[in-house]
Design a protein around this ligand. Structure first.
Ligand SMILES: Cc1cc2nc3c(=O)[nH]c(=O)nc-3n(C[C@H](O)[C@H](O)[C@H](O)COP(=O)(O)O)c2cc1C
Ligand SMILES: C=C(O[C@@H]1CC(C(=O)O)=C[C@@H](OP(=O)(O)O)[C@H]1O)C(=O)O
Length: 383
C-alpha cells in the first residue's frame, strides 16, 4: 500500500514527510525533487515569503546510496523563516501573551479552524492551514515522478486562465495536442502558460488586482502522458481513478472545482460530439479519435493522456481586507486582518496538482503491477 503523511507548521523549524510503499531498488535523485520544489515556489503573483525560502529536501530515512530501501522514506524541508518566528513559535510555554490574532479573514480557515479547535489565537490555525504544507506534497510528487518515469509516464501542468483571461472548454486532448516543445514554453513562462500572448494578459490582470488590493484565481490543467491502459477500476466506487483524482485535486487548499477531460463542456452538447471513437492503428495499437473523456472510461485509464482541469479560487488574504468579525470581542469590524500574502498562486497550484496526479498514478501502478522491488514490478509490467 502506498501512503504518505506530512507534518509541520508554516513558521515552525521544518516540514516533515513520511512516504511508505514505494518499491525497493528505485533510483531517486534529490536534485529532481528539489527542481519540483523550486517550480512550486515560482510563478507571477507570489508574495514576500518566497524570497526568504529556498526549498530543498533532506533524506532522513529509506534511501541509501541513491536507491530506495523499501522502508519508509522520511524527508525534511527547512523553513528558513523559522529564525524570524522562533520566539512566537516556540514549543515551550511563554510568560506573556504575544501576537494574538483575532480578526478572521473571509475565505481562509481562520473562522472555522478557531471555532472547531477552540483557539482564541487564530495564529494556532493559520500555521497548519497555510499552504506551506503543499511543499511537502511536491516533495512526495518528486519521488513519485521518478517512479513513474520507469514506466514511461510523464506528468505536466500548465495554466489555462486567470480570472476572466483565457480558458477554452472543448480543447483537443489527444497526445498530439501536447508536443514535447510545449512544456519548454510552459516552464519558461512566468505564468506557466503555453501561450505568450495570454501570459502577458494574465500578468496584467494580476497587476491590476494587486493595485486594487485584490487577489486572483484561475484554472490549471494537469496532463499525464504515457499512462498504460487499465489503471483504476469500476468494481467499487473508491477504486475508480476518477474518484481518486477528484479527492487528490480537491485536497489542494483553494481548489474549488475540477473537470476530467472536457468536464462541464460535455454537458453542453450531445453524445455524438462528446464520446471518443476507438480505432486500431496499422501498427496494432489502440487509439481514440478525440479525448473528451480525459483518458478515463469507467474509472479505468484508456491509454490516452489523463487530463484534469482544476479551478483555484482567489487568494483569501486581501491587502484591502473585507469586513469580518473579531472573534475575541465578537464585534463586527470593517476590515479583517491583512498579513504578508500571495496575490495569485495558479501556477504554483498547478505544480501541486502535478504532484497529486503522480501520487494517484503511482498508487494505481503499485496496485496493478505489485511487487516489493522495482525489478519485480517491471517484470509484472512487461508481461
Ligand atoms: C501554493 C499556495 C499558496 C497560497 N498562498 C496563500 C497566501 O499567501 N495567502 C492566503 O491567504 N492564501 C493562500 N493560499 C490559499 C489558502 O491556503 C487557502 O485558501 C486556505 O487554506 C483555505 O482553504 P480553502 O480555500 O480550500 O477553503 C495559497 C494556496 C496555495 C495552493
Ligand atoms: C509559505 C508558503 O505559502 C504561504 C501560504 C499562505 C497561506 O495562507 O496559505 C500564506 C503565506 O504565508 P506567509 O505569511 O508566511 O508569507 C504564503 O507565503 C509556501 O507556499 O511555501
Amino acid at each position: 500500500m502506498f501512503r504518505f503523511l506530512t507534518a509541520g507548521e508554516s513558521h515552525g523549524p521544518c516540514l516533515t514527510i513520511i512516504v511508505e510503499g514505494l518499491p525497493a531498488g528505485l533510483t531517486v535523485e534529490k536534485t529532481i525533487i528539489d527542481a519540483d520544489l523550486r517550480r512550486r515556489q515560482g510563478g507571477y503573483g507570489r508574495g514576500g515569503r518566497m524570497k526568504i525560502e529556498k526549498d530543498e529536501i533532506r533524506f532522513l530515512s529509506g534511501v541509501r546510496h541513491g536507491k530506495t530501501l523499501g522502508s519508509p522514506i522520511t524527508m525534511q524541508i527547512e523553513n528558513r523563516d523559522w529564525v524570524n518566528w522562533e520566539e512566537r513559535m516556540n514549543a515551550a510555554p511563554v510568560e506573556a501573551e504575544i501576537d494574538h490574532v483575532t480578526r478572521v479573514r473571509p475565505g481562509h480557515a481562520d473562522f472555522t479552524g478557531a471555532i472547531k479547535y477552540g483557539h482564541n489565537d487564530v495564529r494556532n490555525v493559520i500555521e497548519r492551514s497555510s499552504s506551506r504544507e503543499t511543499a511537502s506534497r511536491v516533495a512526495v510528487g518528486g519521488l513519485c515522478r521518478q517512479f513513474l518515469a520507469q514506466f514511461g509516464i510523464a506528468v505536466h501542468s500548465h495554466v489555462l486562465s486567470v480570472v476572466e483571461v483565457g480558458y477554452e472548454t472543448l480543447r483537443p486532448m489527444t497526445p498530439d495536442a501536447y508536443p514535447e516543445s510545449m512544456w519548454d514554453v510552459v516552464e519558461a513562462s512566468p505564468m506557466r502558460c503555453a501561450d505568450a500572448d495570454l501570459t502577458e494578459k494574465m500578468i496584467a490582470r494580476i497587476l491590476e488586482a494587486k493595485r486594487e488590493g485584490d487577489t486572483c484565481g484561475g484554472v490549471f490543467e494537469v496532463v499525464a502522458l504515457g499512462v498504460p491502459i487499465g489503471l483504476g477500476s469500476f468494481s467499487q466506487w473508491d477504486r475508480r481513478l476518477s474518484t481518486r483524482l477528484g479527492t487528490a485535486m480537491m485536497s489542494i487548499p483553494s481548489v474549488k472545482a475540477m473537470e476530467i477531460g472536457a468536464g462541464f463542456g460535455t454537458t453542453r452538447t450531445t453524445g455524438s460530439h462528446v464520446h471518443d471513437v476507438l480505432r486500431r492503428s496499422e501498427d496494432d495499437r489502440w487509439f481514440h479519435l478525440s479525448n473528451n473523456a480525459g483518458g478515463i472510461e469507467g474509472g479505468i485509464t484508456n491509454g490516452e493522456p489523463v487530463v484534469v482541469r482544476v479551478g483555484v479560487k482567489p487568494i483569501p488574504t486581501l491587502a484591502h481586507p473585507l469586513p469580518s468579525v473579531d472573534i475575541e470581542t465578537k464585534e463586527n469590524i470593517d476590515q479583517s486582518r491583512y498579513e504578508r500574502s500571495d496575490v495569485c498562486v495558479v501556477p504554483a497550484a498547478g505544480v501541486v496538482g502535478e504532484a497529486m496526479m503522480t501520487m494517484v498514478l503511482a498508487e494505481a501502478l503499485i496496485e496493478k503491477y505489485g511487487g516489493d522491488s522495482i525489478d519485480e514490478m517491471m517484470k509484472h509490467y512487461r508481461s
